[in-house]
Ligand binder design. Structure first.
Ligand code: S3P
Length: 423
């Protein structure tokens, strides 16, 4: 058997945002290693600095000495969240519990994304929130004393859930959030590991008034959403197996690997240690003939960010791949249903939009053409994987947009492709 090619991918984006935010809310010295250094995480660091939190430059061993949310100061500038929905929505929860005014802004894509979904529960808790453009950004929050809330969210979204939980932590009040199905649960896990009382009952999460949060000591595991691209490449290319070590294997994040397996892919997981309340381990994958798959609403939250890649993978599988119950894709960094379908067609694959998903018919003909990413990092990388396969010729209009989550993506992809093909 060929020895697998080991490829490391950078730290998890969701965990990196949360590690910085919880270090800022804790009392004492937090230490965080392997934080993702990407544009989105820099946005969170920048917003925290604007609130007076001493966040050092990201990289290496990060040490943050914080004194809880009460030590945060009114910002003297707008809070620029760049392209990052996670920064905006999680920090909106923090700002709601702080007795000052914050104004959140972002780039053109983020400014169009729905913010009423976090504004509504924060207003119900007692914050004043103004959405200057109707929905989207700019968003002005006047925080202060908050009241307890039991919120039923219409959408399974970790960002909405986390905004409410963070408002509860900063406001010192109990909060309860119920979702239609379970979204990623990093916030709950981290809160628990820092001493908060968190109760989980199916899709309902409740936290009691948190008091002081203990400082964080954490190594951020690798991002399964970034690993997914190289795993898909290994499966689709007729070459050596790939192994990605130390990946966050939180079950609310690993749906893509499960679905790949149900398509016939040789994907195996080797459990490793636990890090900061999160399971980690290696993901191994090797070339496999895939057949199409049907993904429904219940599977969507655990692979929400991997759906563009699943659609691209489906374009190289036998038969039809159908994704339904994924209308949330329309309000991501781009309308990912429209973007994926129009780009698959542009390169010669067969795909169709559904109101809440899409259908792709797999094939083997070479795929050629130009992909318009609309600045969406996951679109660039998903089509980048197809472009790396022998016979395909795909140009990406804005390759630099990967800086949001995986700045070294093109270098890693080129290195892995070169090595795989030479074996
Ligand atoms: C994230 C939650 C998801 C995901 C995003 C990161 C998080 O968004 O798509 O990339 O870190 O909480 P939603 O909560 O809007 O589904």
């Amino acid at each position: 058997m060929t020895t697998p090619l080991q490829v490391r991918v950078p730290g998890d984006k969701s965990l990196s945002h949360r590690a910085l935010i919880f270090a800022a809310l804790a009392t004492g010295r937090s230490r965080i290693r392997d934080v993702l250094q990407s544009a989105d995480v820099h946005s969170t660091a920048g917003v925290l600095r604007a609130l007076g939190v001493p966040v050092p430059p990201l990289g290496g061993d990060i040490v943050i000495d914080a004194r809880g949310a009460r030590a945060m100061r009114a910002p003297t500038t707008d809070l620029d969240c760049g392209n990052s929905g996670t920064t905006t929505r999680l920090m909106a929860g923090v700002a709601a519990g702080c007795a000052f005014r914050s104004r959140f802004i972002g780039d053109a894509s983020l400014s169009k994304r729905p913010m009423r979904r976090v504004a509504r529960p924060l207003v119900a808790m007692g914050a004043r929130v103004e959405l200057e453009a109707g929905d989207g950004l700019p968003m002005v929050i006047e925080g202060g004393a908050l009241k307890s809330i039991a919120w039923s969210s219409e959408t399974a979204s970790a960002q909405i859930k986390s905004a409410i939980l963070l408002a509860g932590v900063v406001g010192g009040v109990a909060v309860e959030v119920t979702e239609p199905s379970r979204s990623r649960d990093h916030t709950e896990r981290m809160l628990r590991s820092l001493g908060a009382r968190v109760k989980i009952d199916g899709t309902r999460v409740r936290i009691e008034p948190a008091g002081e949060l203990a400082p964080l000591d954490m190594r951020v595991p690798a991002d399964p959403s970034s690993a997914a691209f190289l795993i898909a490449l290994a499966i689709l290319s007729h070459s050596a197996p790939v192994s990605v070590p130390n990946v966050c294997l939180n079950p609310t994040r690993t749906g893509f690997f499960d679905v790949l397996r149900s398509m016939g892919a040789a994907v195996t997981i080797e459990e490793g240690s636990e890090q900061g309340g999160e399971r980690t381990g290696a993901v191994h994958a090797s070339h496999s003939e895939l057949h199409g798959v049907a993904v429904d609403e219940s599977q969507v939250p655990s692979m929400i960010d991997e759906l563009p890649l699943l659609a691209c993978t489906g374009a190289r599988a036998r038969g039809t791949t159908e994704i339904r119950g994924a209308a949330e894709l329309r309000v991501k960094e781009s309308d990912r249903i429209a973007t994926v379908v129009s780009n698959l067609r542009a390169i010669g694959a067969s795909a169709e939009e559904l109101p809440d998903g899409l259908v792709v018919i797999g094939g083997i003909a070479p795929l050629r053409g130009r992909v318009v990413t609309h600045g969406d990092h996951r679109i660039a990388m998903a089509f980048g994987v197809l472009g790396a396969l022998p016979g395909n010729e795909i140009e990406i209009d804005d390759p630099a947009c990967v800086a949001v989550s995986y700045p070294a993506f093109w270098d890693d992809l080129a290195r892995v492709t070169r090595t795989l093909l030479s074996r």
